[in-house]
Ligand binder design. Structure first.
Ligand code: PNS
Length: 159
């Protein structure tokens, strides 16, 4: 069975992430969406909230599991017996950092490969940071995140 891991902060999950999840789930047997549980990043949403949001918006994809992890991604990928790491590339600016991480991970464990998918053009500009910025001013975030998540996001900013 080919198991892949799609790691990220997902703080919050966006249409760009959902596009990546739907597309990568089609090319593997099982896709584990792995949320980094890193309090040093001072996330807007707790890991439990992010798990719950991701479960809600991926329940139409049968071969997807939502989990969270601490520590190094490559160690967690090995632990869950994933052989592929999926990452999205939005623009050239993502490339240098992603390349460095992928090379590092491969040095640590050469059994696990990183596969990059280019994000769909319509989401190439989108990031969780942009969603938070717009939401913090009470702006319209309906182009960026699923409808059902909007109240939870505004609530964080008391909007
Ligand atoms: O959605 P993000 O914030 O771009 O995701 C980044 C993530 C979680 C994939 C990355 O920060 C990560 O893998 N962190 C875990 C620690 C690790 O393994 N770092 C890379 C090796 S130096």
């Amino acid at each position: 069975m080919r198991r892949a891991i799609y790691p990220g902060s997902f703080d919050p999950v966006t249409f760009g992430h959902i596009d990546m999840i739907e597309r990568s789930a089609k090319i593997v047997d099982e896709l584990v969406v792995a949320i980094l549980n890193n309090s040093a990043k001072n996330p807007l949403f707790s890991v439990e909230e992010r798990v719950s949001m991701l479960k809600e918006i991926t329940n139409h994809v049968p071969n997807v599991k939502i989990q969270f992890f601490d520590g190094l991604l490559i160690d967690y990928a090995k632990k869950i017996e994933a052989t592929i790491i999926i990452r999205g590339l939005r623009a050239v600016t993502d490339f240098e950092y992603e390349l460095q991480i992928a090379q590092t991970n491969r040095i640590v464990n050469s059994e696990i490969d990183t596969i990059f998918l280019t994000t769909s053009l319509e989401y190439a500009y989108l990031s969780s940071t942009i969603v938070k910025e717009v939401a913090s001013y009470g702006g319209d975030i309906s182009h960026f995140v699923p409808e059902q998540l909007i109240p939870q996001i505004y609530e964080k900013y008391k909007i």
